[in-house]
Design a binder for this molecule. Sequence first.
Ligand SMILES: NC(=O)c1ccc[n+]([C@@H]2O[C@H](COP(=O)([O-])OP(=O)(O)OC[C@H]3O[C@@H](n4cnc5c(N)ncnc54)[C@H](OP(=O)(O)O)[C@@H]3O)[C@@H](O)[C@H]2O)c1
Length: 253
Amino acid sequence: MTEIAVLGTGRMGGAIARRLLATGHRVTAWNRTGDRAAATGAAVADSPAAAAARADVVITMLTDGPAVAEVLTAAAVPPETVVVQMSTIAPRETRAIAAGIPLFVDAPVAGSVDAVAAGTLTIFAAGAVERAGGVLQNLGEVRNVGEAGAGSAVKLMQNTAMLTALAGLRESLALAGALGIDRDLAAGLLAAGPLATAYRRAASTTADFPVALAVKDLRLTGFDGPVVSATLAALEAVPDQHADLAALVGPVR
Ligand SMILES: NC(=O)c1ccc[n+]([C@@H]2O[C@H](COP(=O)([O-])OP(=O)(O)OC[C@H]3O[C@@H](n4cnc5c(N)ncnc54)[C@H](OP(=O)(O)O)[C@@H]3O)[C@@H](O)[C@H]2O)c1
C-alpha cells in the first residue's frame, strides 16, 4: 500500500484525497486553513513537512505557482520521495519548481471534482511518470506527454480550447436570442453541433470550477505565449467570479 500525502485539500485536492482513500491507499492530508483536511477522512498533518515525512508520494493541488513553490519549500520533501504536482500552473513555473526535486511528476488534469470521484480525469503527466503511474491510474487516464513542463503546457492548451469553445457557445446563444430563435431549439441544436463538448460542460451540474480559476489559467498562457484576449474579457465580465465556469454561458438546461 502506497503512503500518499495530499497538500491542499480544496475542491480538487479534497476530492483526490477521498478518491485515493476509496481506492485503498493510506492518505495524510494537509491544508493551510480550516478543517478542510479533516473533512476528507484522511489522517491530518499539521504542516506540509509532517505530511511529507511519512509519504512515498506527495501530491500538491493548490491554487497557483507561488502557492506550490511555497508549500513544497515548507514540505522539505526527502529526495527518495516522489512529488506529483497536479495544480494548474505555468510551464516555466513548473520547470523552476522541478529543478529542485529529484523525482518530480508534472501532472495537471482535465476534469473537475465529479471526474476525480469517478476516477475519470485526464492526467497530462510528464517527468518521472513511471514512479507515480500506479497512484495516478486511480484518478483517471494517464497521458505521458514528455519532460516536466510539458504537462503544464498541454493543460493550458486544453483549457484554452475549452474556454474559447464556451465563449463561442455564449456568442452563439446571444446571436440566437438576437435573431429570435427559440431558446430550447437553439440549445438542442448547439448540443449536437460543433460545440457539443462545450455544451455538455455548460450543462454540467456536478463540475465545480470557479470562473476566477479559469481567468487565472488564461492569464498563465501569457507567461509563455499569447492570451486569448476576447475570451479573457468575457470571463472577467462574469459578475460572480466564484460561480462555476458554466456561468460564462448562462443557463442552457
Ligand atoms: N476545480 C476544478 O474543477 C479544477 C479542475 C482542473 C484543475 N483545477 C486546478 O486545480 C487547482 C486547485 O483548484 P481547486 O478548484 O481545488 O481550488 P480551491 O478549492 O480554491 O483550492 C485551492 C487550495 O489551494 C490552497 N492554497 C492557496 N494558496 C495557498 C498558499 N499560499 N499556501 C497554501 N495553500 C494555499 C487553498 O488553501 P485554503 O483552503 O487554506 O484556502 C486550497 O487548499 C487549481 O490550480 C485549479 O486551476 C481545478
